[in-house]
Design a protein around this ligand. Structure first.
Ligand SMILES: [Zn+2]
Length: 555
């Protein structure tokens, strides 16, 4: 059991952190003994514990007591290196220049940002940043695009876990890994342009023509596409007037067939725009006219039925739901009317979102949100692969979005070749195998058709996730699985201090993959970062499990 001492203003973020690092913990109580005491809000250390951790990015009383010299990084973002990983720190940091090379090093100054002190039976770890301040930043502001590739929140969890197990303290947790699978794969599609017929002499049509004719030629010369793709796109551009006259097939239509064929029963999620010709609001006033869709969800009612009959989910691609709950309510209601499903999730068009959005979406009665990601790059805006509850929300969960096709390929963004994109997506998949959680990807409705023709990369990704054994879930299923995990409560009793019961307290997740109770093995010597895959055992459970965790003399 971890006892946590933190400022009351930090209690919300502490609670959320321990939903993501799902292990027995509680706020510190004087009448209890703890194996681990995590002090984040001051210098209190009167509680007895085998292992005490001080997290703070400023000099604290403990440093003075230990007569430890401290240094401070004055840079905007400090990067700490830990076992070959880079952990960005967005708040204050303090270093310990006299402590030599440590487990956690400031990448710039090469000074140690953590050290261990052993006196008698007690081990104290001093870590030179504010853990919960960092988690708050990640879950609210998010990471700048330059650090998008770093799953920072998962690394904070991994570092803390390594510290605890490395100091010989036993640990149980429910990892974000469904039973039978290494991670969750969530395939999603924003439906922006289901038909090119609807675009006459507008921004989208001219964009299509420019990219089909000139962009394709440029891509060919740069070796990004083959001649066949160039010819397909030129043919599509030539055909366009005939498509508008109704004499040739609309090559953007049929996105449902293309995805259903490629995904073959893998259950993806389609986010559909409710109303046409409404650009909605942008951050600072009305959005440009071209943000408006040219279709009503009603226009593709047959497609929606077909998608759902194939086991896929239909959610709302919201226009104004991100800032206005009554608009959000109307938008959600239209999708409910067409799908007959009460629980409808949201992804905002153009990923519009601000600090009020979790509240607006919750008031509009959205089932979940999946907007937090980048338009311009791919990776971990909130630093995590896990669904989390935004700190402003009371029940809404956020399923972070990790990669969009447009970010990978558009010249204004990453401008990758298909092969480079596959490599980048492979790195995300490697992370998911290491940390668990859910990878969420957005391939737009028109992306398999001219002029994008981004099907090869998508096919490779789906194949890669299949071969890694991922659980393909709709966004709603992934959220339900995370809810089931969040509902786990740990029960201990004073008569048998080594007995731990983990119990699922929500009862609607029985059709979902089970959970794992992970028991980390105790290590004799104090060492950090030597945790290998063999360092734990997993026990599978569906509703409750009892186990014993050897806890030494401290219970
Ligand atoms: Zn969109």
């Amino acid at each position: 059991m971890i006892g946590v001492i933190a400022d009351p203003s930090e209690h919300d973020v502490v609670r959320e952190f321990f939903e993501l690092f799902k292990t027995p913990w509680e706020f510190y109580r004087r009448d209890r003994r703890y194996e681990v005491l995590l002090c984040a809000g001051g210098d209190q250390v009167d509680g007895a514990a085998k292992f005490v951790l001080f997290y703070s990015g400023r000099k604290i009383r403990f440093d003075d007591e230990q007569k430890i010299q401290t240094g401070t990084g004055r840079r905007e973002i400090c990067i700490l290196s830990y076992q070959g990983n880079r952990i960005p720190i967005y708040g204050d940091t303090v270093t310990f220049p006299e402590m030599g090379k440590g487990v956690l090093m400031d990448e710039h100054t090469h000074e140690s940002a953590a050290y261990l002190d052993r006196s008698g039976q007690r081990v104290v770890a001093r870590i030179g940043y504010d853990l919960f301040g960092e988690v708050r930043k990640l879950l609210t502001v998010g990471q700048p695009p330059a650090n998008a590739d770093i799953p920072a929140l998962e690394l904070h969890i991994a570092f803390l876990r390594d510290l605890i197990t490395g100091c010989g303290v036993p640990l149980v947790e429910v990892p974000p890994v469904p039973d039978g699978y290494p991670f969750i794969a969530c395939l999603t599609h924003d439906v922006d342009n289901p038909s090119i017929c609807q675009h006459k002499w507008d921004h989208t049509m001219f964009g299509f023509l420019y990219r089909a004719v000139f962009g394709s030629l440029d891509n060919l010369l740069r070796g990004r596409i083959v001649v066949r793709s160039l010819l397909t796109n030129w043919a599509a551009a030539l055909k366009l007037p005939f498509v508008h006259m109704g004499l040739a097939k609309d090559f953007w239509r049929g996105f449902d067939d293309r995805y259903l064929e490629l995904e073959k029963g893998l259950s993806s999620t389609f986010f559909v725009i409710p109303f046409k010709n409404d650009p909605g609001k942008n951050f600072y006033g009305p959005a440009p006219r071209f943000r408006a869709a040219r279709y009503d969800a009603q226009d593709i009612a047959d497609t929606i039925r077909k998608i759902m009959a194939a086991g896929c989910e239909v959610g709302l691609h919201g226009i104004d739901a991100w800032h206005d709950s009554s608009s959000g309510h109307e938008e959600l209601e239209e999708i409910r009317r067409l799908t007959g499903v009460a629980e409808v999730g949201v992804r905002m068009h153009w990923l519009r979102y601000n600090h009020q959005s979790p509240v607006a979406l919750e008031q509009a009665d959205a089932a979940y949100d999946s907007t937090i990601g980048y338009n311009e790059t791919v990776g971990y805006r909130a630093g995590t692969t896990q669904a989390y509850k935004p700190l402003q929300a009371t029940r809404l969960l956020e399923l972070p979005l990790h990669a969009m096709d447009t970010a990978l390929f558009y010249p204004a963004y990453l401008r990758l070749s298909p092969r480079q994109a596959t490599t980048v997506l492979g790195q995300l998949s490697d992370d998911a195998v290491q940390f668990g959680g859910c990878l969420t990807i957005n391939w737009h409705d028109r992306s398999l058709a001219p002029e994008r023709l981004w099907d090869a990369c998508y096919r490779d990704l789906v194949q890669d996730w299949k071969s890694r054994g991922a659980w393909f879930a709709t966004a709603g299923q992934a959220i339900s699985w995370f809810k089931k995990r969040r509902s786990v409560v740990f029960e201990t009793n004073s008569i048998e201090p080594d007995a731990v019961r983990a119990r699922v307290s929500a009862d609607d997740g029985s059709h979902l993959p089970g959970l794992r109770l992970r028991i980390h093995k105790v290590r004799e010597s104090c060492g950090i970062g030597t945790q290998g895959l063999e360092g734990y055992v997993d026990i599978v459970f569906d509703d409750s499990i009892d186990t014993r965790v050897p806890c030494g003399d401290w219970c």
